[in-house]
Write a protein that binds this ligand. Structure first.
Ligand code: AMP
Length: 285
């Protein structure tokens, strides 16, 4: 496995693989790898001849009061894990390598960002779309792997790929969880011992919502109220949002039907956790 830090070397390396018509699977990450990332890498490894991951904490997708500086980083451990997962390359550029000067062009996402994390993190998805446009262009992957833990990101990236006609297949991967249900996340290390005990209630709250919907509840408001009161009763975190939309369009639903997403965000002292479930209510008419 090779660690590449410059854009020039990345372009030259990928050119060779493209010339020999090898398929390229790409896993974009911000590092501090965990089993969620490993699942994406396993899929990418099994479906492509070349597997490359990027490790880049992208400043463009962090707001002013967010955790860019304190975001956990550990390149040594990450390279060991990526190697074990069978990565051929890690692309790990510095911020200066990716954005030498102020960018002269950025990408602005017009749809699917006025809700969920897009609403509370202004500019976040523009930053995600800008870095992915650059990375897709540099890597030229056949397939790119994204986790459903960030379901809104999957919806936005799907729009990016189809609008710009990137010749990339988006492969969504189900959320990998701890045994107690907590979705794996690089930010979990910032939970206090007490918060770590409460954190599995996020997934339990989602499951209570799922049960209501599967039993036939048609009102999003009723499900949201019930999930919100479950979260308030079982965690000390500040609820950022509990929302339900159609998926992947992320439109409000007068009546719960079709493919829906129930998503939550809770702010603990040092970590803001998100989680979601998508449910197909088509057979539940
Ligand atoms: P990040 O490093 O947090 O930007 O995540 C990189 C990729 O890994 C994104 O596509 C995430 O959605 C995905 N990912 C993060 N956590 C999980 C998880 N628990 N299960 C599956 N995928 C995940």
């Amino acid at each position: 496995m090779k660690i590449i830090t410059t854009i020039n070397e990345l372009q030259q390396t990928m050119k060779v693989h493209k010339k020999s018509q090898q398929t390229i699977g790409f896993v974009p990450t911000m590092g501090f790898l965990h089993e969620g990332h490993l699942k994406l890498m396993q899929e990418a490894r099994s479906q492509n001849e070349i597997m490359i991951i990027s490790i880049f904490v992208n400043p463009l997708q962090f707001g002013e009061n967010e955790d860019f500086d304190s975001y956990p980083r550990n390149m040594e451990r990450d390279s060991q894990l990526a190697k074990e997962a069978g990565a051929d390359y890690i692309f790990a550029p510095s911020v200066n390598e990716m954005y030498k000067d102020e960018p002269s062009v950025t990408v602005k996402v017009e749809k699917r960002t006025d809700v969920l994390c897009g609403k509370s993190r202004a500019g976040h998805f523009d930053g995600v779309a800008t870095v992915l446009t650059k990375l897709f262009n540099l890597v030229g992957p056949d397939r790119a792997y994204f986790g459903m833990k960030d379901a809104q990101q999957v919806a936005v990236v799907s729009g990016l790929i189809s609008d710009f006609r990137f010749p990339v297949e988006l492969v969504p991967i189900q959320t990998v969880r701890e045994e107690d249900g907590l979705a794996k996340s690089s930010r979990n290390v910032y939970l206090s011992a007490e918060e770590r005990k409460q954190a599995p209630h996020l997934y339990k709250a989602l499951q209570t919502g799922r049960e209501m919907m599967l039993k036939g509840e048609k009102s999003a408001e009723t499900v949201i109220e019930s999930v919100t009161s479950y979260l308030s009763a079982h965690t000390d975190g500040v609820i950022d949002y509990v929302e339900i939309y159609s998926y992947p369009e992320l439109k409000a639903l007068a009546e719960l039907k079709g493919e829906v997403i129930l998503a939550i965000a809770v702010k603990f002292t040092k970590a803001r956790l998100i989680d979601n479930i998508t449910i197909d209510l088509n057979d539940n008419e």
